[in-house]
Design a protein around this ligand. Structure first.
Ligand code: SF4
Ligand code: SF4
Length: 443
């Protein structure tokens, strides 16, 4: 007879930590899911009207049309596995990895309850790897590239900085390090090129890491935490050796890795890194406001901005926590919850509004309620049809507001949207925000 899943009642003072290495840390969270579906539906108070039709927030549940694929479903699966009631099978593995770890469910859940959905989903992937069933074959190939060639594409490592435009030479030593990341270094080189042109226009000295390696986003995201930890230690050491005070990146996923997931892997706070991590939108916004970066040329377009998950709801700083959980789930000491509402939301919008000619229109789902592009955290590599589905669903929203230009602040979002636009023959262009800034500073 199949074992039954019981709700566990905690005795006072159970030791617990926000540590994804052990799924048992999140059994309380999993067992207290009330199946309210706040993780699947956009908060109605943030919607400009139900008539928009863009009411859901979980790409995985949208694509596969079963609640099992939602945050709530994955919490239930994780709970059953943590309690020894369910074992891995092919379907469970698909449900766990056909997900962008976009954080929409976590933010939705924390509107009402303090359940750590995102951390549970990460811990479930760590468990899959530790149990010898994860990650998916496509992930193993990327992980191999990262470990052997230091980039996710298996490209030649010594060519990593070949994108550097003529006429721009990084300083040997500077207070700012620019971290391009694999995608901008090898694929969307225009983003890395536009970023250093922004530095030049603002009169900012910058340096590169003496030997830039992949940030490790995919290996961390698919649950290979031991390998990701080694990379985090190596990259942080390289950064500290430069003596620079700030690391700036134009990649949203790289930003999340450096700012949130490296500290998470090393059990330190973001503040303990010893340097600041900024996204180029935070820096450019500051430069525009201080008058150092001037937006001169008109960019005449009806523009909409897509919030990349890793720059928005997943980007709040990390603070380690361990303590006790007692009756009614109360914890001591208090946990500084990451609710997704303090991401980088205003800066990209203020930059776009500072550019003459830009007519910025918002999509129905914005900021912490934004709909993921579908590419991140290993989803594109293992489930390309899911990545295409999500991009197309978001593009329907872009078209619904009549936008001519879709602006992103993440090379991975740009790649995924560009592919879908090309395949559909859509009459929309996708640009990274650094390209739009560059188009305006040229004048
Ligand atoms: S929002 Fe939270 S409590 Fe509600 S169904 Fe989703 S995971 Fe469960
Ligand atoms: S992380 Fe995103 S895709 Fe995955 S279950 Fe949550 S809302 Fe759905």
């Amino acid at each position: 007879m199949a074992k039954k899943l019981k709700v566990r009642y905690y005795k006072p003072k159970a030791d617990i930590a926000l540590d994804i290495n052990d799924i048992q840390n999140f059994v309380y969270d999993m067992s207290r899911c009330i199946k309210c579906k706040g993780c699947m539906w956009v908060d109605h108070t943030y919607m400009p009207g139900a008539a928009s039709g863009f009411l859901t927030k979980c790409p995985s549940a949208n694509m596969y049309q079963y609640d099992a694929y939602s945050g709530a479903g994955k919490m239930r699966i994780a709970h059953a596995m943590a309690e020894g009631v369910l074992d891995w099978n092919e379907k469970a593995l698909e449900i766990v990895y056909a997900c962008t770890l976009c954080g929409a469910c976590d933010t939705g859940c924390k509107r009402n309850l303090d359940l750590e959905v995102e951390l549970t989903l990460e811990a479930l992937r760590v468990k899959a790897v530790k149990d010898g069933v994860g990650p998916m074959p496509a992930h193993k190939k990327v992980a191999d590239n990262i470990i052997k060639k230091h980039n996710s594409f298996g490209a030649v490592h010594k060519d990593r900085n070949d994108w550097m435009p003529k006429g721009i030479t990084p300083a040997k030593k500077a207070d700012i390090v620019y971290f391009a990341g694999c995608n901008a270094a090898y694929v969307n080189k225009e983003i890395a090129q536009s970023t250093v042109k922004i530095f030049k226009a603002a009169g900012t000295d910058f340096m590169m890491l003496p030997d830039e390696w992949c940030c490790g986003n995919i290996i961390f995201s698919v649950g290979m935490v031991d390998e990701a930890k080694k990379l985090a230690e190596r990259n942080i050491k390289e950064m500290r050796k430069t003596g620079a005070k700030t690391l700036i990146t134009s990649c949203a996923e790289g930003y999340r890795m450096w700012k949130v997931d490296y500290p998470k892997l090393l059990n330190i706070s973001t503040d303990d890194l010893g340097f600041k991590v900024l996204h180029i939108t935070e820096y450019a916004d500051e430069m525009i406001k201080s008058g150092k970066l001037k937006m001169k040329k008109s960019f005449d377009s009806r523009v909409t901005y897509h919030d990349a998950c890793s720059l928005s709801r997943l980007s709040e700083p990390w603070t380690p926590w361990e303590g006790k959980r007692g009756w009614m789930g109360c914890v001591e000491p208090k946990i500084k919850r990451r609710r997704g509402t303090n991401g980088v939301y205003s800066q990209p919008r203020e930059i776009l509004q500072a550019i003459p000619g830009v007519n910025l229109v918002e999509m129905p789902r914005t900021r912490e309620n934004a709909y993921c592009c579908g590419a991140g955290r290993g989803a594109r590599e293992a489930f390309p049809e899911f990545a295409a589905f999500s991009a197309n669903h978001r593009l329907d929203e872009v078209k619904s507001v009549g936008a001519e230009t879709l602006v992103t602040a993440c090379p991975i979002c740009k790649s995924n949207f560009a592919k879908a636009i090309k395949e559909n023959g859509d009459d929309v262009q996708v640009m990274d925000i650094t390209e739009v800034i560059c188009a305006s500073i040229k004048g």
